[in-house]
Each structure stands twice: as structure tokens, then as C-alpha cells.
Design a protein around this ligand. Structure first.
Ligand code: B12
Ligand code: SF4
Length: 537
């Protein structure tokens, strides 16, 4: 029986990776002696499986069941009347996004917990918790929490990073710590920086349990630093504009220990790095490289990088490859000067293009580059978008995948004080944005900036059109993160690289093979977990 259960979705369109946020929280709670179960891959949890797990894991002492909304489907995404949640806005991995979206019509997927919750059918699921134990609290947290406000039977919503607030809460409800009153929406330390004696980020570490059934072929999360020193105008993350990013970079010893433990216990060698800007300083890359070189194995990484920083610090190009990054995302957003200035990414487009050319020339197929563009930014018209797309349509374009997404921003709402809004949302007048129907279509903005993209629908049509066109280019990159040991062993990068292109193309990838992914998580995770829970009841 567990003191607490945390349930999370992990987007499975691209690779098999765990939801890192709840494992973080579980680790912090375990320091206080709480017994916590984390349930990953919520998409595979249908009602019968959910009941089986709760029957085995819940008891009279269970203090809470928590749901992480971070990778839950978007609820308010150009869906008329919000009748049906959208899984993704779109994806930088454009070839998979349509296949992924089509899952909404697959019965087994539609019955899964995340889509049921997003479509407003969570009541029977939450009622089951209360029926088992009326005292068990139901909580929600994660980056989309505000979209789930008002869910029946939820006791509390946690906004932002929750290592301090959630631990305070569990200590309070368990009687192990000071009693305090918590509002329905808990948001008094959204950066988790308020009490260093209780939670010191730089020495925190994330360990996994036997009942996590971590497999060698998985990609685990790795947080090296937390917080971003930039403040892009469209960004809705709580930790932007941080002047003290160096204070929120983990110590080399902690990073090394986490990598070593996961290698020795589970054989894990793939990580998605959660830092929003991994290359915020060259020193950070050098320190990371020193850690990697000291390991007895060669891990590979996926991560986010700023292209303007690579352009102004070209020494980073060699370092990124040497560190073992195989798959990187650079958020370019636009090659339009006015739009670039508006979002506060004002580097010259010529410089950015040259940086991409230099990266591709240095990396070839060893480091694949994805990027995302945003349509509907101030000052950018369709002709400007067409020009950027034309540049990427060349067979030798220095990029491996490119996605376009319409600018996502919502009408002002009384609940805004509980969510992280973007600068565009806060200063909509300045940029010419308005929302004609804030109650029924809060995502639908209009824009008066003299360009021919005058509303959300036009921005969406433009992104769909150009994305489909870019999808016709045939690029020959081998994506190490998109693989899993479906009907073979855990292939190393070298084994994958040794395959001919034809062989590689015939290997099922995670994206587009959700029934196989489902089968695999049932076999490697849920079945052993049920057995474990039965044996430890
Ligand atoms: C890795 C990542 C991904 C991976 C996820 C892989 C995986 N298996 O998890 C992939 C590439 C698939 C992905 C996809 C997308 N992502 Co993303 N992603 C991230 C990223 C960089 C790291 C997430 C993470 O692990 N963070 C570290 C952990 C510790 O933080 P956390 O998850 O937020 O958890 C903390 C709190 O939220 C809270 N918490 C979380 N769960 C719970 C549950 C309870 C009960 C409680 C109390 C608290 C709580 O406590 C945790 C500890 O402090 C974040 C940015 C960031 N740095 O967080 C963006 C981010 C979450 N992504 C974002 C976006 C926009 C997307 C995409 C839409 C991109 C796209 N256009 O395709 C898709 C959407 C996917 C979806 N269905 O939602 C935005 C979300 C914006 C928003 N407000 O919703 C973020 C915040 C980036 C940003 N700067 O804007 N993403
Ligand atoms: S979009 Fe990325 S780089 Fe820009 S402020 Fe947000 S986290 Fe930082």
C-alpha cells in the first residue's frame, strides 16, 4: 500500500520516455519517508487496469492520488465547443503528428486515462478513488494544470514547479509536518526556490524504484539546469528571465551519479535533457563534456538549444557532438526580422542560416537537427513564411525535421492569476492581438498588424500548408530516440548506424506504431507492475 500515487502521461509519439516531473516529486517525498508509486504511460491505462492498480496500491493510509497534466492532451485547442481534446497542437516531428492525431479515433486509445480526462470524462475515475478512501486527496499539477481547473472531485491544483509546495502539503496532510491551510489552487512558490534548506535544486537527484521497471532501451529524463535566462514574448514557462541560471545548475557529482546509477542498475544510455536552453553557456557544455568523458559508457542525449547562441559561440558546435547529443531541437520560430524582434529572438536571419549550415557540415548524420517555426507572429506575412519554407525545401537544407505551429495564446481570463501567461498575452494591445469570442473560443485571436495573417485560423492554415509541403522532402537521418526494442534487442547507436538505409526504413519506429508501443509497455511495465503489487500487497 502506498502513501501516495502519482500518475503521468509520457508523450509516446517520438520515443519511449518517462514523465520526469512526477519522478522528481516522488524522490522529494521519499526523503520524508513516504512510500510513493509513480505510474507512467497513462495512455495505456484504461478503466479496468486503473481499478486493478488502485485496488492493489491504495489503502486506508493513502494520502493522495495525483495527476500530472504536463503531457496530457491540450483541452483548448481549436476544438469547437471543446468537445474533443486535441492530443497535440502539431509536432516538430511532422511525419508522425498526423498519425498521432488519428489515435483519437482508435477505441483503445480513446479509453485511456489522458484522453478521458481531457474530454471531461474524469468523474468515474476520480469517484473510484473517493469510493475506496474518502480521505484520499485528489491533486493535479504540471504545466497544463490551469486547463484542468474545475475538474470535479479534485481537491487541489498545484501551479509551477512543486518540490517545495507539494512536500509542504503532504507533510501537512500526513501530520508529519506543520499543519497549514492550502487554497484550492496552490501557487505560493511556483519556482520551488523559496526554501533552499528544504529543497536545494543543485544537489537534487532522481532515482528510480524497483517497481518502475526501467528498461535499458528507454530514454529517461535528465535535468542539468533549471531556468532560462531569456524571456521570449510567446513563452509560458514560469522560470524564464532568470538572471541566476548558474545557481540552478546541478553539481557535476550529482549528474554523474544519476547517469552512473541508471547505467549500472538498468543499462540506460539514452536521455532527454529537460533544460530549455542547454547551451546557455559554453562553460556548461565543457563541464558536461568532462562528466561524460569520465563515464565508463557513452550515453546519448536529446535536448533544446538556442541557435543564436551557437551562432555567436561557434566553439559550441564541436562540444555538442562530443557530449553525445544525437538529436537536438533549435527553436528558430522565424526568419523574419520584425517577428524576430517582437519575440525577442532578434539575431540576423543570415547569421542563423549560416549557423545551421555550419552545424550540419560539422555533424552530418551524427547529430540530427529539428526546429519549429511559429506562424502568426507580429509582422510576418505569408510571403515571408513562403521564403523560409523555400529555403528549407532544398534537398541539402541543413535541417532534419521542421514543424510549423500557429501562435498559441489565450484570451484574458479571471483565472490568469493562477497560470503562467506570455508577454504577448499580457501586452496584447501593443502587438495588435485581440480575442473576439473569449468565452467560447479563447484560443481564437485576431491580429491587426498590416500583414495578411489576420487571425488564428489563417495562422493555422498557413502552418498546416507549409508543414505538409516540408513533409515531402525525403531526408535520410537515423533517429536513435525513435527506436525501441520492439522485436529485437536494445540496439546501440553503432548497431543502428550500421544498418543500410533500406534496413533502417523497415525497422518499426515508435512514431506511427502506437499499437506496438502499447503492447510493449503492457508487457514490460504494467504486467510486471501488477505482479509486483500483488506480491507486495
Ligand atoms: C521534455 C519536454 C517535452 C517532451 C516530453 C517527453 C516526456 N516523456 O516527458 C516532448 C518533446 C515529447 C514534449 C512535447 C511537447 N511540449 Co514539451 N517540454 C518538455 C520540457 C523541456 C521538459 C519537461 C520536464 O520534464 N521538465 C522537468 C520537470 C521536473 O518539470 P515538470 O514536468 O514541469 O514537473 C514539475 C511541475 O510541473 C510539477 N508537476 C508536474 N506534474 C505534477 C503532478 C502533480 C500532482 C503535482 C502536484 C505537481 C506536478 O512538479 C514537477 C517538479 O517541480 C518542458 C519545459 C521544462 N523545462 O519543463 C517543455 C514544455 C512542458 N513543453 C511545452 C510544449 C509547448 C510542448 C509541445 C506542445 C511542443 C509541440 N509544439 O509539439 C509538445 C506537447 C506535448 C503534449 N501533449 O503536451 C511547454 C508547455 C507549455 C504549457 N504551458 O503547457 C513547455 C513548458 C516548454 C515551454 N517553455 O513552453 N515536451
Ligand atoms: S521559449 Fe525557450 S528560450 Fe525562450 S524564454 Fe521560453 S524557455 Fe527560454
Amino acid at each position: 500500500m502506498y502513501d501516495g500515487i502519482l500518475i503521468t502521461e509520457c508523450t509516446s509519439q517520438n520515443w519511449l520516455g518517462r514523465g520526469y516531473g512526477v519522478h522528481r516529486l516522488a524522490n522529494e517525498l521519499r526523503k520524508h519517508g513516504f512510500k510513493i508509486l509513480v505510474l507512467d504511460w497513462a495512455f495505456a491505462i484504461d478503466m479496468p487496469l486503473y481499478k486493478k492498480i488502485l485496488d492493489l496500491a491504495m489503502g486506508p493510509e493513502t494520502l493522495f492520488v495525483g495527476f500530472s497534466t504536463s503531457i496530457f492532451p491540450y483541452r483548448m485547442q481549436d476544438v469547437e465547443g471543446q468537445e474533443k481534446a486535441s492530443l497535440l497542437q502539431a509536432s516538430y516531428a511532422r511525419t508522425s503528428s498526423q498519425e498521432f492525431l488519428s489515435l483519437q479515433d482508435e477505441e483503445w486509445y480513446a479509453k485511456g486515462l489522458p484522453l478521458q480526462f481531457a474530454n471531461g470524462n474524469s468523474l468515474p475515475w476520480l469517484q473510484y478513488i473517493k469510493d475506496k478512501n474518502l480521505k484520499t486527496n485528489i491533486v493535479m499539477g504540471g504545466s497544463k494544470t490551469w486547463e484542468y481547473f474545475g475538474t470535479p472531485l479534485v481537491d487541489h491544483y498545484f501551479v509551477g514547479m512543486a518540490e517545495t509546495m507539494f512536500v509542504d502539503y503532504v507533510l501537512s496532510i500526513s501530520g508529519k509536518g506543520p499543519k497549514r491551510i492550502f487554497n484550492t489552487v496552490v501557487d505560493y512558490d511556483t519556482k520551488a526556490q523559496g526554501n533552499k534548506a528544504q529543497f536545494n535544486y543543485v544537489t537534487s537527484t532522481t532515482r528510480y524504484q524497483e517497481e518502475d521497471f526501467i528498461q535499458a532501451y528507454e530514454g529517461l529524463g535528465l535535468e542539468v539546469g533549471r531556468g532560462c535566462r531569456f524571456s521570449c514574448s510567446f513563452c509560458t514557462w514560469p522560470l524564464i528571465g532568470q538572471k541566476n541560471v548558474a545557481d540552478y545548475t546541478k553539481t557535476p557529482e550529482m549528474i554523474r551519479a544519476e547517469l552512473m546509477e541508471n547505467w549500472e542498475r538498468f543499462g540506460v544510455w539514452k536521455y532527454y535533457v529537460t533544460d530549455d536552453t542547454f547551451n546557455d553557456s559554453t562553460e556548461k557544455l565543457e563541464t558536461f563534456l568532462a562528466i561524460i568523458k569520465s563515464l565508463p559508457f557513452k550515453p546519448v542525449f536529446w535536448g533544446f538549444f538556442r541557435l543564436d547562441l551557437i551562432a555567436s559561440h561557434p566553439e559550441q558546435i564541436a562540444l555538442i557532438k562530443e557530449c553525445g547529443f544525437k538529436d537536438i531541437v533549435v527553436g528558430i520560430e522565424t526568419f523574419n526580422k520584425a517577428a524576430g524582434r517582437a519575440i525577442k529572438k532578434g539575431a540576423s536571419p543570415a547569421k542563423l542560416k549560416q549557423a545551421l549550415i555550419d552545424c550540419k557540415a560539422a555533424w552530418g548524420g551524427d547529430v540530427l537537427i529539428s526546429s519549429q517555426f511559429i506562424t502568426g507572429l507580429p509582422g510576418e506575412d505569408t510571403a515571408s513564411l513562403a521564403e523560409s519554407v523555400k529555403w528549407f525545401m532544398r534537398e541539402d537544407a541543413p535541417i532534419d525535421a521542421i514543424g510549423l505551429v500557429p501562435l498559441r495564446q489565450y484570451a484574458p481570463d479571471p483565472l490568469d492569476r493562477y497560470k503562467v501567461t506570455s508577454q504577448f498575452e499580457r501586452e496584447a494591445d501593443k502587438w495588435g492581438y485581440s480575442w473576439p469570442d473569449p468565452v467560447n473560443r479563447p484560443w481564437y485571436w485576431e491580429k491587426a498588424d498590416g500583414t495578411d495573417i489576420t487571425n488564428y485560423d489563417e495562422a493555422k492554415a498557413a502552418s498546416d500548408y507549409w508543414e505538409a509541403m516540408l513533409g515531402t522532402i525525403n531526408r535520410k537521418g537515423k533517429w536513435v530516440f525513435k527506436h525501441t526494442a520492439f522485436d529485437h534487442g536494445d540496439w546501440s547507436w553503432e548497431e543502428l548506424d550500421a544498418l543500410t538505409w533500406e534496413e533502417y526504413e523497415n525497422v518499426p519506429k515508435v512514431s506511427g506504431n502506437m499499437p506496438l508501443v502499447h503492447k510493449q509497455v503492457m508487457c514490460d511495465y504494467f504486467e510486471p507492475l501488477l505482479k509486483f503489487l500483488r506480491e507486495h500487497k
